[in-house]
Design a protein around this ligand. Structure first.
Ligand SMILES: Cc1ncc(COP(=O)(O)O)c(C=O)c1O
Length: 435
């Protein structure tokens, strides 16, 4: 069931908008992966369809719908998926003999590669299985809070992390401050909102920031906000689940001492691969996980304890990074922005449509959310998501928990074609006119 209705390819193909959507079957054969993007500024290459068709041909994606919900996780490109399947087979074949004897050294090589990509020291990162696990280790483990301090988060933050911040009231005896970011958001009013909230709450000692909101796609200026928080005596934990790989940033640009994210969204690694970053000089500010070995206290690995992981997934990370880097981090970011700008510019001035994510390149990336003006209830937004799917063959997601009301999230991927986002824009205009 999708959105409360039975959904089959057959029923979809017989529905009103299906004839056109059926044309969106991915017909292109896999072309050789280009050695890298053509020369030119990323913003110019972003519109080079020849190049992006070659990149898109590296993905095998289902043709049932136009999937504009790439924010859930990132499909592995075919070379990455093939490597992963080979690794699954190898790990299964070689079993504990491999895992006990060779895997630790192999994983060290993978960790070094990831650290170099992120531009940090290898001993500043540890692997986890999800961004949630990474951020829980940071929020739960951060040990500088005293009873009577306060912690701060905003409406756009990820629900599980908001819950963890709230739980600090029980765990550490702190006061919890939650506030809503302004809508529409601007670079200036977001900084001003944090500034004002921190001023009003001088006891805040820990701030959660979500670099790219999973709800609205809003990019918050994390480096500036980290400096602001630091000047007020507060540390910052950054949820970078949607920024690493979607934006052209590494840890230095994020500018925080504690960061959690996964590699299965925007790096396109297999599901179940994530990273926790703790700046070397701040390791002692995070507790060893559940009393992990004291002898390992000097290692970040004692801050998170996952148990047995999916070895094959971790072993595939270099392949995912190779693909990501070959496409070009800056070029990928520019292409996602190009696709986003294309549909947003077509509907931005339609009075019935409220695009929540600013056009300011400092405040948005590939993800953007909207709602029909004044229609932010759960039912309103569910109806829009449902109509987009059943009438136009476009798959999106409802996001909730924003003070201004629910919204529809639109997330393109590297296999998204301009025609896909044009179809979305046309559908929205039609729906806006229909009332
Ligand atoms: C902003 C944000 N943080 C954290 C997460 C959790 O990621 P994971 O599923 O890897 O735990 C998500 C997942 O959608 C997210 O969007």
């Amino acid at each position: 069931m999708i959105c409360g209705m039975p959904f089959t390819r057959r029923s979809f193909l017989t529905s009103a908008g299906a004839a056109t959507a059926a044309l969106s079957v991915r017909l292109s054969a896999q072309a050789p992966m280009p050695g890298g993007p053509p020369s030119g500024a990323p913003a110019v290459v972003a519109a080079n369809e020849m190049y992006w068709q070659q990149v898109a041909s590296q993905y095998r994606v289902a043709d049932k719908v136009i999937n504009l919900e790439a924010g859930y996780w990132g499909v592995m490109a075919t070379p990455v998926a093939e490597k992963y399947f080979r690794q699954v087979e190898r790990v299964n074949r070689e079993s504990s003999y491999y895992a006990r004897r060779s895997y630790p050294a192999d994983l060290t090589v993978v960790r070094d590669r990831v650290a170099s990509f992120l531009r940090v020291e290898p001993d500043e990162i540890a692997f986890t299985r999800s961004a949630t696990e990474s951020l829980h280790c940071l929020i739960g483990g951060y040990n500088r809070l005293k009873s009577g301090d306060a912690v701060l988060f905003a409406d756009v933050d990820y629900p599980a992390m908001q819950n963890a911040m709230k739980w600090l009231a029980e765990r550490r005896g702190v006061r919890v401050v939650r506030f809503g970011l302004p809508e529409p958001a601007t670079y200036e009013n977001v900084i001003a909102a944090y500034d004002e909230t921190l001023k009003k709450n001088p006891d805040v000692r820990l701030v959660l920031l979500t670099h790219v909101s999973n709800k609205t796609g809003l990019v918050v200026p994390v480096a500036e906000l980290s400096r602001l928080a630091c000047s007020r005596g507060a540390d910052v934990i950054v949820d970078a689940a949607h920024s690493i790989g979607q934006m052209d940033v590494g840890i230095p640009e994020i500018g925080a001492d504690f960061v959690g994210f996964n590699l299965h969204k925007w790096i396109g690694a297999p599901l179940g691969v994530a990273v926790v970053y703790i700046k070397k000089t701040r390791l002692s500010d995070v507790d060893r996980m559940m009393g992990d070995e004291e002898s390992a206290a000097a290692s970040i690995n004692s801050r998170v304890h996952t148990g047995t992981t999916n070895f094959a997934a971790f072993l595939t990370v270099p392949e995912a990074l190779d693909f990501h880097v070959r496409v070009g981090t800056a070029h990928k970011a520019a292409r996602l922005r190009y696709l986003r700008d294309r549909w947003v510019s077509a509907v931005r001035n339609v009075p019935a449509i409220q695009v929540l994510t600013p056009d300011d390149p400092r405040m948005s990336a590939g993800i953007t959310s909207f709602r029909f003006t004044g229609r932010g209830t759960r039912q309103d937004v569910e109806r829009v998501v449902d109509t987009l799917l059943t009438k136009y063959g476009i798959f999106t997601a409802r996001r909730t928990g924003i003070d201004g009301g629910d919204c529809v999230r639109v997330t393109p991927a590297l296999y998204t074609r301009p025609a896909d986002v044009d179809r979305l824009a046309a559908a929205l205009k039609e729906m806006g006119t229909a009332g």
